[in-house]
Design a protein around this ligand. Structure first.
Ligand SMILES: [Zn+2]
Ligand SMILES: [Zn+2]
Length: 359
């Protein structure tokens, strides 16, 4: 299903599956493809990286059909036809200054992402998840997944799961810390799981969608605040009450809204960290009081840009442990031909996670 014009329905197109060219290339039959909130953003033409025509979709799970010569998984298994796999969504070069010296593959100048910045106009065409197949380049980080695991439950591992793992690496939660999570979407749900595993005391989630908040409770949130049913002042009182009047050691912004930043930064305990992982694209600006919000509180403002393969590995471990819970995150399923519908459901937030399943 190809995005050829912004804001128009995706077009069904047929391509011949090409012969694999490079050693280590892998042809994968997609079994489940996640629709990300940022796909809807791209669909509207808001992401400056989007080349047309493109097959969207950067969250996928599938089964290997063919490997050109040989290719190992990240954990060292020789990959074979029939193996269920998922892959890290970004591909970095491993050779540039960011990769080699800074050890920050997320900043690699040559980094590209499946379903985000390569068109389906040229070989190998199949580079997005909204398709029957995908061709993984030889330098893609591929993870084998156990045979009997639900593929639906794993679709978010390489996007929201991985980015959340990065956020928790940059803003580590210690045993007994109070944590606040703004935004109960897939990023927020993963954040609840990571906070729980880290031994957080209170895990407070603020959000506006009842169904999403319910899933956060099921995963392990200890307190839920519906922002549509509370005033700013009421929310502030609740946060003070839940955190013994101190605010939280870590506040995770998983909402992608400048308004959330202005509010959430005030919930950070003195000396704590505000980690902002919700902005995958430009979303506007925010006004902060440099004295009251940052200087006097001695807080760290931590940006979080995408992730690398180590984070996808961590997210995979958490998803495997909580398979049943992460399955609940999938609220809508569509055949490939209805990919546009799946986009709409993510766009209007009716779906927590929509999954496309090729027929
Ligand atoms: Zn995504
Ligand atoms: Zn690089």
């Amino acid at each position: 299903m190809v995005l050829t014009k912004f804001n128009k329905p995706l077009e069904e197109k047929e391509f011949e599956i090409p012969e694999l060219q490079d050693e280590g290339e892998v042809l994968v039959k997609i079994t489940a493809s996640g629709v990300c909130g940022s796909d809807a953003y791209m669909w509207h033409g808001h992401d400056p990286r989007t080349p047309l025509p493109i097959i969207l979709g950067h969250e996928g799970v599938g089964e290997i059909v063919k490997v050109k010569n040989s290719k190992n998984s990240v954990t060292g298994d020789i990959l074979k036809p029939g193996d269920p796999v998922l892959w890290h969504r970004g591909v970095s070069c491993g050779k540039c200054f960011a990769c080699k010296v800074d050890k920050e593959p997320s900043f690699c100048n040559n980094r590209w992402v499946y379903g985000i910045n390569r068109s389906c106009d040229e070989y190998p065409y199949f580079l997005g998840g909204y398709a029957s197949h995908i061709i993984l380049s030889s330098d893609t980080d591929i993870f084998k997944v156990p045979k009997d695991v639900s593929h639906e439950a794993l679709v978010s591992v390489s996007c929201s799961g991985s980015t959340t793992a990065h956020a928790f690496e940059l803003a580590p939660v210690k045993f007994g810390d109070d944590v606040i999570i703004q935004g109960p979407g897939p990023l927020g749900i993963y954040a609840v799981a990571f906070a729980k595993f880290s031994g957080a005391r209170e895990i407070i989630v603020i959000g506006g969608t009842e169904e999403r908040l319910k899933i956060c409770s099921e995963v392990g949130a200890t307190k839920i605040i519906n922002r549509n049913k509370t005033t700013l002042e009421e929310r502030n009182d609740l946060i003070q009450e839940y955190t013994n009047g101190q605010g939280a050691q870590s506040v995770f912004e998983m909402a992608g809204s400048p308004k959330a930043v202005a509010e959430g930064i005030k919930y950070v305990k003195r000396g704590g960290t505000y980690a902002s992982a919700g902005f995958g694209e430009p979303r506007g600006t925010v006004e902060l009081d440099c004295f009251k919000d940052i200087g006097n509180t001695n807080i760290s403002y931590q940006g979080v840009w995408v992730s690398d393969a180590s984070h996808t590995y961590q997210a995979l471990q958490i998803a495997l442990k909580y398979e049943e819970l992460f399955k609940k995150m999938v609220t809508h399923r569509y055949p490939l031909s209805q990919a546009t519908k799946a986009l709409e459901k993510m766009d209007n937030k009716e779906a927590v996670k929509a999954v496309i399943k090729p027929e």
